[in-house]
Design a protein around this ligand. Sequence first.
Ligand SMILES: Cc1cc2nc3c(=O)[nH]c(=O)nc-3n(C[C@H](O)[C@H](O)[C@H](O)COP(=O)(O)O)c2cc1C
Length: 320
Amino acid sequence: MTTINALAADSQVIEHGDPLADGRAFRRCLGQYPTGVSIVTARHGEKTVGMAVNSFAAVSLDPALVLWSIRCESGSAAAFLEASHFAISVLSSRQVEVSQLFGSGHEDRFKLTSWTAGIGGAPLIDGAIAHLECRLAKVYEGGDHWILIGQVERYTRSTGEPLVFAQGQYAVSQNHPQLAAAARAAGTYEPTRENPLFTSLLTSTSQHMSRLFQEHRQALGVTPATSRVLNFLSQGAASIDSLEHDTLLGRGAIEDALSELIKQGFVEVNAGEYSLTAAGLEKRLALTQRAVEFTAEQLDGISDADLAAATRVMGKLLSN
Ligand SMILES: Cc1cc2nc3c(=O)[nH]c(=O)nc-3n(C[C@H](O)[C@H](O)[C@H](O)COP(=O)(O)O)c2cc1C
């Protein structure tokens, strides 16, 4: 009988042993368990403390309790143990730098980030996807760490994706592909406006971008059809048949575009082969320059990680 754990055979032991014999190896083992990343802060007297932690965890719903642990040797430990409150800011996937700053012990960490003071003066980091303002309820000894339990007095949940920390690296979370695959296999996957078919999304994105780029083309005196022909001819001379095949424009549209481009002096024809003139090459360069600027504007605010993932997906689809 096949078990639901049938793929377990693919997993191989990398290292094992006594956790005290090799601390780094033990940490790598703990790192197999992914967590989010939070900034925990407190204000005690004149001292404001804050650090990146991945030990934050939920404990109880009623009463509302959470925990996190701090290295006993941390310079901030005394202030955290004495302050009446601490605040947890759960970082978004766009806040890797904030985590690095608060994980580095940087002196100016609170000057280099924007925040607002919460209960007990504990800073709430702007842009976090959740804030939990807690009264310090209990402290337990936990080996070389103190375990702090907080009673949540107020919370805020905001939009955004969590920052993930797994296997010693920052990561992003996404729905498991098996969910969509299972829905497709079961025939229960129904495209909706919010959750469209991926290929439809690609088509509408391409059409939308093309519409937005239209004003830039117009400014350069180029139409969608002439722009496409300029693009193809920039790879070398071509016959009208191959242009029709490669550009997916109809014969009529190709003929119109070519006669327009010849009239403008951008294209010349020799023995049935169409090619760009020097002016045509220049026009195509100007178009490319505009496209580069337009693309940078459109991609503004999209993280490098998201862009890399999208590029991988497009590359895979193009190679199918
Ligand atoms: C992702 C991440 C998670 C961390 N988790 C913890 C933690 O749970 N507890 C802890 O004491 N330090 C943790 N650290 C290390 C502290 O953030 C770091 O030592 C910080 O500089 C401590 O501040 P301090 O200089 O005021 O002691 C973590 C660091 C990173 C980058």
